[in-house]
Design a protein around this ligand. Structure first.
Ligand code: C5P
Length: 218
């Protein structure tokens, strides 16, 4: 039978990436950061000078992405793009092209290929609903939008990147709106998802909740 999957979905800056990373490390499982594939597609599109409206060409780029993961580094066409992927323009374009069904289809099998023994922790928007509907545990991580803006602001400042809190807040709201209301694979909790509100939880507390849910279903 297929290796087990823990799906962690939720809005931007809810902390799902950090949570997924710690859970994967604790269990000794593989990890899929699906947002990174959308960001890689966006970056490749920018670098090739393809117009953001050209859905079919964008899907083709995504299907042929030349990506390698070397330790903590992400290589796109042999170029280390780990930092470039985190840029706001890349995230904004990723969120825009993520509305395209052809792009989502192009990334479908690539995401499913991450499912390997002993297990996979996958985070994104549609892990539990579309990519791994048979995930043994589905978590939907939410957090108050002001709290998420604060967290992102702190992260950027700590990295020495200048940031504007109210602009970040507006950007998160716009991205939530787009992710939740797109017609294809919108951001919604799977019917059988466990909702965790991390607004008032530390990372450790969120991790403990996920591991407790996992112990229940396993
Ligand atoms: O998670 P992250 O912010 O890196 O994702 C970048 C963008 O990719 C999101 O704004 C979202 O629109 C899109 N995405 C998606 N489905 C996923 C993961 C990310 O549509 N499973």
């Amino acid at each position: 039978s297929l290796p087990p999957v823990i799906a962690i979905d939720g809005p931007s800056a809810s902390g799902k990436g950090t949570l997924a990373g710690i859970v994967a490390q604790t269990l000794g499982w593989h990890q899929l950061d699906s947002g990174m594939l959308y960001r890689l597609s966006a970056l490749a599109v920018m670098r090739k000078g393809i117009l953001p409206t050209h859905e079919a060409e964008i899907a083709e780029v995504a299907r042929n992405l030349d990506v390698r993961f070397v330790g903590q580094q992400v290589l796109l066409d042999n170029d280390d793009v780990s930092d470039a992927l985190r840029q706001e323009e890349v995230g904004a374009l990723a969120s825009q092209i993520a509305t395209y069904p052809l792009l989502r289809q192009a990334l479908f099998e690539r995401q499913r290929a991450f499912r390997k023994a002993p297990g996979l922790v996958a985070d994104g928007r549609d892990m539990g609903t579309v990519i791994f509907p048979d995930a043994k545990l589905k978590v939907f991580l939410i957090a108050d939008v002001d709290e998420r803006a604060q967290r992102r602001y702190k992260q950027l400042i700590e990295k020495g990147i200048s940031a504007n809190l109210s602009a970040l807040l507006e950007d998160l709201k716009a991205r939530d709106e787009r992710d939740m209301h797109r017609s294809h694979a919108p951001l919604v909790p799977a019917q059988d998802a466990k909702i965790i509100d991390s607004s008032t939880l530390s990372i450790e507390e969120s991790v403990a909740k996920v591991l407790a849910y996992w112990a229940e279903v396993n």
